[in-house]
Design a protein around this ligand. Structure first.
Ligand SMILES: [Mg+2]
Length: 394
């Protein structure tokens, strides 16, 4: 059997690259997409020329304008980016039935079974990359590895525009400083350093359980993920705010929006949720979660909301600080349930009706009154709001 092969692809400076393609005069200039210089909001994409001034995505627009005063600012044409994104994924699907969309411009492609297309997996990867570049008209970075993690790391190293094959993956990962591992944030890295752990091999030797946790889902062979929770799948959505928020009404709006998205997702996947969980991260990065059982397994937005709101309120009492992130998760998912004649399914029917309209006319065609406040914070598009990170609104 041939060894597993995973290809990770990432469009370089996606939104900025589209703007440059349409307006060649912008090429090579520092370009920032996400909003205008004076606007409240964050950078969605910065061109490489802007990155040289220290501008990066997620940075406040006003900070970006200070760092790079002569940059060109654009609000962004998200419908257009989405169309190109769809073209990108459609192209990848021609090469493999297993394509995982990680965000609008990032995907994993399982090339394990596609070898018959081409005897050399590297050549095949180059072909996929070239086809995707031709069809989107954009430059794409690509990394090939035996695992997702390897592919992702190779892709990072290949930026911008290259293709790298990570050959000796276990050795590479063992020598890697852990802050380079996707999923290990600065705070986790700080804690690990305190424990005398900086590199993969130290973590593996000293804390094997933690090693497995850090690499769970990334370090299994091929596209397989370790699924410790396979018996209890969950769906979740979370968002970091463009600025910390104390206003309770605004926090409720965010929660309502996330639950709205989850309800539609449940409906679409034909699943019923047994529990709801809310997560809050405060401005000092302390993070708390609370969960509650729903009255019966359901996809009803209204029951999710009724279950989640008291959880958020309780979380807000934990600390006297503004929040930087809120998240919602539904758990205990099941495909079928016993009918419970003593519960009214009126609210559920309402969610189903709303879901049908959204499915046909776009997520934003019917908007939840509770999340109206967000419309002053984020652009509203057909398929939802453009929250701080575009990948979360996919
Ligand atoms: Mg990208």
């Amino acid at each position: 059997m041939k060894p597993p092969a995973v290809l990770h692809l990432d469009i370089d400076a996606f939104f900025a690259a589209v703007e440059e393609a349409l307006e060649p005069a912008l090429r090579g200039k520092p370009l920032i997409v996400g909003g205008l210089a004076h606007e409240r909001g964050v950078v969605c994409t910065a061109s490489y020329a802007a990155r040289r001034y220290g501008v990066h995505s997620g940075m406040a627009l006003r900070t970006a304008a200070r760092k790079c005063p002569h940059a060109v600012f654009r609000r962004g044409r998200y419908h257009l980016y989405r169309r190109i994104s769809e073209r990108f994924f459609a192209c990848l699907r021609r090469f493999s039935p297993r394509v995982e969309e990680m965000s609008v411009d990032e995907a994993y492609v399982d090339l394990g079974g596609s070898r018959y297309l081409c005897p050399s997996v590297y050549e095949l990867a180059a072909r996929v990359k070239a086809a995707a570049e031709r069809e989107t008209g954009l430059r794409i970075s690509a990394g090939l590895g035996r695992t997702r993690l390897g592919a992702k790391l190779a892709c990072e190293a290949a930026k911008p525009g290259g293709l790298l094959w990570l050959l000796d993956e276990p050795e590479f990962v063992a020598g890697l400083t852990l802050d380079k591992v996707p999923g290990v944030g600065p705070q986790t890295f700080f804690v690990l350093q305190g424990l005398g752990v900086r590199r993969g091999r130290e973590l593996q030797a000293k804390y094997p359980a933690l090693w497995r946790k850090v690499f769970a889902g990334q370090y299994a062979g091929g596209m397989e993920r370790e699924r410790p929770e396979a018996a209890h799948p969950s769906l979740s959505r979370e968002t970091t705010f463009p600025h910390d928020i104390r206003d309770e009404g605004l926090l409720h709006s965010h929660l309502a929006y996330l639950l709205d998205r989850l309800a539609v997702q449940l409906l679409r996947d034909g699943l019923y949720a047994g529990r709801v969980e809310v997560k809050a991260r405060f401005s000092d990065f302390s993070t708390f979660t609370r969960r509650a059982a729903l009255p019966f397994p359901t996809y009803s937005y209204f029951h999710l909301w009724q279950g989640a709101l008291p959880l958020l309120r309780a979380l807000l009492r934990e600390r006297e600080l503004p929040l930087r992130l809120v998240g919602a998760k539904v758990e205990g998912l099941q495909e079928a349930r016993d009918l419970l004649p003593f519960f009214s399914l009126k609210d559920e029917k309402m969610t189903a009706a709303i879901g049908a309209v959204k499915e046909r006319f776009g997520f934003s065609s019917l908007r939840n009154g509770r999340s109206m406040l967000l419309e002053e914070m984020y652009p509203v598009e057909r398929e939802g709001m453009v929250l701080k990170t575009a990948s979360l609104t996919k």
